[in-house]
Design a protein around this ligand. Structure first.
Ligand code: NAD
Ligand code: UDP
Ligand code: UDP
Length: 320
């Protein structure tokens, strides 16, 4: 499905998901303005796009106002990995809250559509399983994950208040754990950690006993969902869950990575971090209905693509 000829702002566009989104939007025939402060993103993630005359990269922090002229906004700017978002928690909340205010202000001035990259973390440590969009969540407001979880929750609040109060055309995607090439090798999230450890022949670090679950979505499947959501009729605001409903324990993931890499270094256990959610699985019936979308890449295939990227041979998407 191609939605062409728009000038599209992608905040956080030099990050892991953002770089795939920029690439996809360019391939569809759009102009892309990628705005990033390079906190966790890298120029190298979008270096292969820089020769394209329809691509522009701008260093800017979304906690400050931004005056540009565009037709659509994808707001992804925010560190997403716990080690990165806990490095400067005040800045993390600001990225979500001030960032949302500024981007909504921009959307209001230009009367344009804006999509927010929200997160499954708004459900916290869920007591409803799997999580549907109507579940309000179970979030600790004062813990080490709160800067991210509550920041994203407040951003959702702002989106819906700008929609009710100023009739801004909004889309809210609740993204579940996503993985793939271009994750930072020191990102700290589980898939990249496990693959990097296995490729270095170090034991894979399972936090806790590994019985906790997550549901992992391959990045290009996720980007397809984001683009479809952006292009729905105005009455579809979301929130819409985007993720892969295939639930997997962390121990099972570790075993799959050992198999995919051929590592002999095995597994070791480390303490479970505070407030680590026990289980997580998206209910994606709404996305199936309104976006006609579901992930098509299996965890096995996605791990192979990601391992190939981290090996630096053949599987790097830029080499395609
Ligand atoms: P990432 O850390 O690779 O990307 C975030 C990008 O935002 C980086 O390029 C970073 O430099 C940039 N950024 C951070 N603060 C900024 C600021 N103040 N101003 C401008 N740029 C800033 O992470 P990602 O996994 O690509 O996540 C992208 C978005 O998707 C985030 O909003 C994240 O919360 C959301 N999300 C991701 C996942 C996931 O599993 N990857 C799950 C749920 C939600
Ligand atoms: N803003 C921006 N770019 C614009 C328009 C607004 O960054 O093109 C910022 C501006 O800093 C403002 C915020 O968005 O503080 C919210 O804008 P809004 O119009 O909602 O609020 P107001 O300007 O009335 O405080
Ligand atoms: N995890 C792990 N080993 C690692 C990194 C993470 O066992 O090296 C666990 C972590 O405790 C959590 C799960 O993997 O239960 C997913 O962690 P991640 O940080 O990727 O995402 P989130 O907790 O934000 O869903």
């Amino acid at each position: 499905m191609a939605y062409a000829n728009n000038r599209i702002l992608v905040t956080g566009g030099a990050g892991f998901i953002g770089s795939f989104l920029c690439e996809r939007l360019l391939n569809d025939g759009n102009e892309v303005l990628c705005v990033d402060n390079f906190f966790t993103g890298r120029r190298s993630n979008v270096a292969h796009l820089s020769a394209n005359p329809r691509f522009e990269l701008m260093r800017h922090d979304v906690t400050f106002p931004l005056y540009v002229e565009v037709d659509q906004i994808y707001n992804l700017a925010c560190p997403a990995s716990p080690i990165h978002y806990q490095f400067d928690p005040v800045q993390t909340t600001k990225a979500s809250v001030h960032g949302a205010i500024n981007m909504l202000g921009l959307a209001k001035r230009l009367k344009i559509r804006i999509l927010q990259a929200s997160t499954s973390e708004v459900y916290g440590d869920p007591v409803v399983h799997p999580q549907t969009e109507s579940y309000w969540g179970n979030v600790n407001p004062i813990g080490p994950r709160s800067c991210y979880d509550e920041g994203k929750r407040c951003a959702e609040t702002l989106f819906f208040d700008y929609w009710r109060q100023h009739q801004i055309d909004i889309k809210v995607a609740r993204i579940f754990n996503t993985y793939g090439p271009r994750m930072h090798e020191n990102d700290g999230r589980v898939v990249s950690n496990f693959i990097v450890q296995a490729l270095n022949n170090e034991p894979i670090t399972i936090y806790g006993d590994g019985s906790q679950t997550r549901s992992f979505c391959y990045v290009e499947d996720l980007v397809e969902g984001l683009v479809r959501l952006m292009n729905t009729p105005p009455e579809v605001t979301g929130p819409v869950n985007l993720g892969n409903p295939m639930e997997c324990s962390i121990r099972k993931l570790a075993e799959m990575v050992l198999l995919a890499t051929g590592s002999q270094a095995g597994i070791c256990e480390r303490p479970l971090p505070q407030d680590d959610p026990r289980q997580r699985q998206p209910d994606i019936n709404l996305a199936r209905q309104v976006l006609n979308w579901e992930p098509t890449t299996t965890l096995r295939e996605g791990i192979d693509l990601t391992v190939a990227y981290f090996r630096g041979v053949g599987g790097h998407p830029d080499a395609k």
